[in-house]
Design a protein around this ligand. Sequence first.
Ligand SMILES: [Fe+2]
Length: 56
Amino acid sequence: MEKVHAELYKEALKDPENFPIKDWYLCPICGYTVADEPPERRPVCGAKEEKFSKAA
Ligand SMILES: [Fe+2]
């Protein structure tokens, strides 16, 4: 998970003005974070989409 976060952070730092991702979704169960559209099921913990909470 931390690897994913690190990559997203690096991407954001490259071009903070035009960082294309606006919506973030965070799984409160496992901490899985996904940009733009949440998948139907969490790849990590298998929870359903409604469990996702939208982050800033
Ligand atoms: Fe999860």
